[in-house]
Design a protein around this ligand. Sequence first.
Ligand code: BDR
Ligand code: CA
Length: 310
Amino acid sequence: MTKLIFDCDPGVDDAVALFLAFASPQDLEILAITTVAGNVAADLTARNAAVIRQIAGREDVPIHAGAQGPLVRAPIEAGHFHGESGLGALPLFEPARGLDEGHAAQVIIDLVMAHPPGAVTIAATGPLTNLALAIRIQPAIVSRIAKVAIMGGARREGGNITASAEYNIYADPHAAELVFASGVPCVVFGLDVTHQVRADPARTAAIAAINTPAAQASTNLLEFSNALERDIVGGTGAPIHDPCVIAWLLAPHLFTLRPCDLNVETASPLTLGHTAVEFRLADPSAATVLWATEADADGVFALLNERLAR
Ligand code: BDR
Ligand code: CA
């Protein structure tokens, strides 16, 4: 059983990742959902998390809103990929349970410090602002966090928001650099691997055939992303970036990881947010970052289907 803090910016694919996590109570004890400004503004990402929580029937899990914007750079949203609300075309409602008190960064600190060293894992599927703030405020959390599973960055795939940068890292490169430089153990799922895991028509149809609220909402979200993928990128089947993080926590054998050094470009206007992933290490066993290189996409979708059916 993994004790988990899930930091996110829902976000269409964050929402599917939330459904996967909420549907896995025998594997994941979700201590808190924390939200951050990213794909859409901070008030919307927090509201969206509460909407998804209610559809999933998991109102036992607290949600804490966090950073209203990045540490240094100007905010950059990705609403064109997530719709104005952040949840594509999903019908919205006012969640019955609101947000909990306490800033996300402080909640991360309090939960990590309240548990024994190595007990708490963090999943991060948005800009890393909350975690960077938490580390800045209380560096003692670094040696107590079991690991941080992150969706972010790109190596061989190039960027998706600019030629060189992936969105989550570009949206707060200074936060990302702080997190990677802190030495906290990180497992990073960048575009190299998330672009292998696509909701093609057959996979989307299989989810559509599952008669649960979470599967039906996921179908709505995936179809929104797939339409954009077709219209903007000209591809079939949008990548499901953020669910990869949760899929790895549930079934690590579905991914191949490689030790690396990871540094984030924070100075160059041209390549801001680029992740420099270096595999040539003097001592790979000393690396604190593992970079995902391969995914078993059929395995990820089999897992997603099985959980969404619960
Ligand atoms: C990442 O950016 C966001 O738009 C998605 O939610 C995902 O976390 C992909 O680059
Ligand atoms: Ca996200």
